[in-house]
Design a protein. Structure first.
Length: 119
């Protein structure tokens, strides 16, 4: 109990320190997957760190690819998630337009794609 109290105090101190230094909290966005759609909880994010939770609400397995529309941009991949599985990834976003899609065969063509703007 005492150790827990100490941990909580340290966590609170850390949070205060972060606030005092002006460290912005990471932005959060959720992507829900279904047959056959991707729904973004936000259509626009700021450049910087973002926590993106991918939540498969469909009946089939789905994965996710996130890629900025720019020459040589690296794709970020979330491995295949089964029904009701979720995973959060931490990414650093540059300004631009990002395409998101499920890369399983024909899922993108069926509608599992979305666009995210970062600016
Ligand atoms: Cu899919």
């Amino acid at each position: 109990m005492r150790a827990l109290a100490l941990l909580l105090a340290l966590a609170a101190a850390g949070a205060l320190l972060g606030a005092a230094q002006g460290a912005p909290a990471p932005q959060r966005m959720q992507v829900t997957e279904d047959e056959w759609s991707l729904a973004l909880s936000r259509q626009r994010l700021r450049p910087g760190i973002a926590l993106i939770e991918v939540f498969n609400l469909g009946q089939d397995a789905h994965d996710l690819v996130l890629q900025r529309r720019a020459p040589g941009a690296r794709a970020v991949r979330v491995p295949r998630l089964d029904y009701f599985q979720r995973r959060t990834i931490r990414v650093r976003l540059a300004a631009g337009t990002y395409a998101l899609w499920c890369s399983l065969p024909r899922h993108r063509e069926r509608g599992m794609s979305a666009t995210l703007r970062v600016r």
